[in-house]
Design a protein around this ligand. Structure first.
Ligand code: GUN
Length: 293
């Protein structure tokens, strides 16, 4: 079977280019979109992600603030910053990089972000809007990026059986809501670590979204021939032959799964680049909604 490789790098570039006109119009009318990215602690992977988000803003002409707080920052100090950012007219989007250190109550922090600035789509108001099919809400960037890939490549979802492997608030649950929602109209199963007959459930999928953070869990035996596979996993595995000592693999055993699929995302270069592009898109949307432009 010829397999289409769903190119996230190229699709993210298309998404970014499509934002440029809107950003320049907003800027000309005195409403430059602005994003604040907050990192608590020193997790190296999180630092890389935060820097990539700031760099993406710079490339598009989006104003950004990067807040790197020490790992000892208290809950109160973090909430004070969130309140300040909620009131800052230059800022339309606020993102607190997840996961924070364990003494921080992330759920409470999210609830203190003004839902109009919650470009991560994690606030209960935005979770509800997603379930209610209310387009004024914000949808988490990773599942939004997966949907954009499906749309860009013209992959039909109506009436298809989509299996979402993973039930996180960041990916699995919002992904399932998007797929079952009125724009996509898929039939959706959410599978997870306690699902009985996981392999068989996955093998019934026309569209399989893997978002469990387990390197290469999805084997060829999980795949219905002709399925579309979206791999959200970004896992570091040891690799002595790589100069960094590790390489990135997804949740899917790509070399063995790819020949069976009609379409599949690579890792890296699939879903990853889409996430940041959708964050830029959500920031522009927040700016338009707040400024009324
Ligand atoms: N950590 C991993 N993915 C995300 C994301 O989409 N948003 C935030 N805030 N943290 C993350």
């Amino acid at each position: 079977m010829t397999t289409t490789i769903l190119d996230g790098k190229r699709t993210a570039e298309l998404t970014r280019n499509a934002l440029l006109d809107t950003i320049s119009q907003l800027t000309q009318s005195g409403h430059t979109p602005g994003l604040a990215v907050v990192l608590v602690g020193n997790d190296p992977a999180s630092r890389v992600y935060v820097n990539s988000k700031v760099k993406a803003c710079e490339q598009l002409g989006i104003y950004s603030q990067k807040w790197v707080l020490s790992a000892e920052t208290t809950q109160t100090e973090l909430l004070d910053l969130i309140h300040k950012l909620n009131e800052d007219p230059r800022i339309h989007g606020i993102l607190v990089q997840s996961p924070p250190p364990s003494h921080i109550d992330e759920t409470e922090v999210i609830r203190h972000i003004d839902p109009r600035k919650d470009v991560d789509g994690f606030h209960p108001v935005n979770v509800a809007k997603l379930v209610l099919d209310d387009p004024s809400g914000f949808v988490p960037c990773t599942p939004l990026g997966c949907m954009e890939l499906l749309k860009t490549y013209g992959i039909p979802t109506v009436g298809k059986h989509a299996v979402v492997l993973g039930r996180s608030m960041i990916v699995g649950k919002p992904m399932a809501s998007l797929l079952v929602g009125k724009e996509s109209n898929a039939t959706v199963t959410i599978a997870h670590s306690r699902t009985e007959g996981l392999e068989e459930v996955c093998r019934s999928a026309d569209i399989l979204v893997a978002a469990v953070g387990k390197p290469q869990l999805v084997k060829a035996s999980f795949i219905k021939p002709g399925a579309v596979v979206i791999d959200v996993g970004i896992n570091r595995v040891r690799d002595a032959s790589s100069p960094r000592g590790y390489r990135l693999v997804g949740d899917v055993d790509f070399p063995n799964v790819q020949p069976l699929c009609s379409a599949i995302t690579p890792v890296p270069g699939g879903v990853g680049p889409m996430t940041i592009a959708m964050l830029m898109s959500n920031t522009v949307k927040a700016c338009r909604q707040i400024s009324g432009c």
